[in-house]
Design a protein around this ligand. Structure first.
Ligand code: G1P
Ligand code: ZN
Length: 535
C-alpha cells in the first residue's frame, strides 16, 4: 500500500462555525469537499508540531457518514496516523460518548461526523467537528488556522487501496462506546436511588430517531430498570426518519404535548448527536437556563460532585439564574461566548466543573462536550434524592432567588448581507441614554472575550444591552445555520414578585420584545418576519 497525493482545488466556504464545519449534505458531497477540510485540519495539527499517533472517527449516524468512512481512514493513515478508532455501530454514537472514547484511549484528536440537531439525509445537513486530545472541539485559534489552510490547499494524502481494504486495515479498531459511557455514568450518579425512583414513577425518553436510542436503552432500561416502552423513537436512522432532531417544544412536539398533558412524572429528549436535552415535568416545562441553575443548586446530591464544585460557567446569552444560585453557594461563575469549545480551557484548568448553555445543553468536567443523558441522569438523581417533583424543584428555586424570565428569538434564513450589516451597525452605534418608550438604554457593549486560562482573544461575540429596569438583551448571529443567516436575540428580565411568576414568558417579555424590534429595526431591515421563540 502506497501513500498518494491527490490534487485538489480550494473551496472558499470552509470556515468552521459554532460547532465545526456544517453545510447542506449536497455541498459536502461535492468532489474533494470533505477531503480538503480533513487534510487542512490535519495540516494545522501537524504544523503545530503535534504528533498524530491515534485518531477517533465518530458520528451521529447521519448520511453519508458510513459511506465516507473509508475515505477518512485512508487520509488519516496516509498522514501518518498509526491507530484509527472507529466508534459505534454504523458510525452512530452520541457525541459525549465519542468525547469519552477520545479521552479514555488517549487519542490525539478526532473527527465527529454530525450536524447536531439539524435535519439529516440528502436534503438535510452534514458536518465535521474537529476534536482535540482533550475530547473537545478545536478552539478558535485552530479553527481559524484550518480555515486559512482550506483557502490554499492543493493536494491531500490518501492510500492506493480499495474502500473495502481500508475498512479492514490492521490499524483500524472498531469500538462500541456504549459500555464505557454507561460505566462512566454509573460511576457518577446514584444508580441505586434512581432505580428505586423508577419503581414508582413514570418516565419517557425521546431519542428522536437519532444516536441516543441504544445508549438510553442500556442505561435507563438495562441498568436502571425503566420500562422498555418508556424509550421512544429509539432506532437510529441515517435520516432521523425525516424529523428535525432538536429537543425543544417545537420539534419534540409529541413528547412535549404528552408531558404537558400530564403523561408521565418525568419526560426528556436528546438531539441528533445526543449532546442536547429537554427536561419536562408533569405538565411543566423546564427552561434550559433554569435547568443549569438547578443542577448547580443540587450538585452535592450527585456522588461525582459530592465534594463540591470549584466554579460553574454559562455562555453569555444564557440567563443569569445560575449566577444567582452560584452566588448563594459562594461559587465562581464565568460567562463565555456561545459554543461549547469555550468551556474547555476552564474545565481543563479545573476552574469549573459544571457548565451550560441556554440552547438545551449542560455538561461537566468528566468529558469536553455537552451531554444530554448526563443532564437527564442528573435530574433523575435529584428527583430520587429529594422526593420532589420537577415543578416543585423549579418553583422552590424561583421562590429563593426570584425568576429570570428568559426567551431566545431566532429569525431564521434571513438575508446574510443585511444580517452582517445590522451586526456591524449595532457594534458601532451609540445607544447609551437613548429612550425607547418606557425604556432607557443604560449600556451597550460589544462582547469581546479573553479566555481567563489561555489568554486567547475572541472579539465581536455579540452585542449586550442593559436597560434602566435591569433588562438584558443580547444579540448575535448564529454560527451553525447552513442557509442565509440566522439572527439570535436573547432577552432576560428579573422578577422578584412570586405573584408574577406564572405570567406566560412571552407575555411577560412582550414589551421588551417590541423594544428589541425597534432598536434593531428588524422590520425595517427584514420585512414582515416572525421569530421562533423556543427557550
Ligand atoms: C447553537 C447554539 C449554541 C450551541 C450550538 C451547537 O449555535 O446557540 O449555544 O453551542 O448551537 O449546539 P448558534 O447557531 O447560535 O451559533
Ligand atoms: Zn447536538
Amino acid at each position: 500500500m502506497n501513500v498518494i497525493d491527490v490534487l485538489t482545488k480550494p473551496f472558499d466556504n470552509q470556515k468552521p462555525g459554532t460547532g465545526g464545519l456544517r453545510k447542506q449534505t449536497k455541498v459536502f458531497m461535492q468532489e474533494n469537499f470533505l477531503e480538503n477540510f480533513l487534510q487542512s485540519s490535519l495540516n494545522v495539527r501537524i504544523k503545530n508540531g503535534d504528533v498524530l499517533n491515534s485518531w477517533v472517527i465518530g458520528g451521529d449516524g447521519r448520511y453519508p457518514g458510513v459511506e465516507v468512512l473509508p475515505k477518512i481512514i485512508k487520509i488519516l493513515i496516509a498522514n501518518g496516523v498509526k491507530k484509527v478508532f472507529v466508534v459505534g455501530k454504523d458510525l452512530t454514537a452520541p457525541t459525549p460518548a465519542i468525547s469519552n472514547i477520545i479521552r479514555k484511549y488517549n487519542a490525539d484528536g478526532g473527527f465527529i461526523l454530525s450536524a447536531s440537531h439539524n435535519p439529516a439525509g440528502i436534503n438535510g445537513d452534514f458536518g465535521v467537528k474537529v476534536e482535540m486530545n482533550n475530547g473537545g472541539g478545536a478552539p478558535e485559534s485552530i479553527t481559524n488556522a484550518i480555515y486559512e489552510e482550506t483557502k490554499t490547499i492543493s493536494s491531500y494524502k490518501s492510500l492506493d487501496i480499495s474502500d473495502d481494504e481500508a475498512l479492514k486495515l490492521n490499524q483500524v479498531e472498531y469500538l462500541d462506546p456504549i459500555k464505557d459511557y454507561a460505566d462512566l455514568m454509573e460511576s457518577m450518579f446514584d444508580f441505586d436511588a434512581i432505580k428505586s425512583w423508577f419503581k414508582n414513577h413514570t418516565f419517557v425518553f425521546d431519542a428522536m430517531h437519532a444516536s441516543t436510542g441504544p445508549t438510553a436503552i442500556e442505561i435507563f432500561v438495562n441498568r436502571l430498570g425503566a420500562n422498555r416502552d418508556s424509550i421512544i423513537n429509539e432506532v437510529p436512522m441515517n435520516d432521523f426518519n425525516g424529523v428535525h432532531p432538536e429537543p425543544n417544544p417545537t420539534y419534540a412536539k409529541n413528547t412535549f404535548d404528552f408531558m404537558m398533558n400530564g403523561g408521565a412524572d418525568f419526560g426528556c429528549a436528546c438531539d441528533g448527536d445526543g449532546d442536547r436535552n429537554m427536561i419536562l415535568g408533569k405538565g411543566f416545562y423546564v427552561k434550559p437556563s433554569d435547568s443549569l441553575a438547578i443542577l448547580t443548586k443540587y450538585h452535592k446530591l450527585i456522588p461525582y460532585y459530592q465534594n463540591g464544585l470549584n466554579g460553574v460557567a454559562r455562555s453569555i446569552p444564557t440567563s443569569s439564574a445560575v449566577d444567582a444560585v452560584a452566588k448563594n453557594m459562594g461559587l465562581d461563575v464565568y460567562a463565555t461566548p456561545t459554543g461549547w469549545k469555550f468551556f474547555a480551557t476552564l474545565l481543563d484548568a479545573n476552574k469549573i466543573n459544571l457548565c451550560g448553555e441556554e440552547s438545551f445543553g449542560q455538561g461537566g468536567d468528566y468529558i469536553r462536550e455537552k451531554d444530554g443523558i448526563f443532564a437527564i441522569l442528573f435530574w433523575l438523581n435529584i428527583l430520587a434524592k429529594t422526593s420532589k417533583s420537577v415543578e416543585e424543584i423549579v418553583r422552590e428555586m424561583w421562590n429563593e432567588n426570584g425568576r429570570y424570565f428568559y426567551s431566545q428569538y431566532s429569525y431564521e434564513n434571513v438575508d446574510k448581507q443585511k444580517a452582517e450589516n445590522l451586526l456591524l451597525k449595532m457594534q458601532s452605534i451609540d445607544l447609551n441614554g437613548k429612550v425607547f418608550g418606557d425604556f432607557t438604554i443604560k449600556s451597550k457593549e460589544v462582547f469581546n472575550y479573553v479566555d481567563p486560562v489561555s489568554g486567547e482573544v475572541s472579539n465581536n461575540q455579540g452585542i449586550q444591552i442593559f436597560t434602566n429596569d435591569g433588562t438584558r438583551i443580547f444579540f448575535r448571529l448564529s454560527g451553525t445555520g447552513t442557509i442565509g443567516a440566522t439572527l439570535r436575540l436573547y432577552i432576560e428580565k428579573y422578577e422578584s414578585n412570586p405573584e408574577k411568576f406564572d405570567i406566560p414568558v412571552l407575555e411577560y417579555l412582550k414589551d421588551v420584545f417590541l423594544l428589541v424590534d425597534e432598536i434593531f429595526e428588524i422590520h425595517q431591515n427584514f420585512g414582515d418576519i416572525k421569530p421562533s421563540a423556543i427557550n
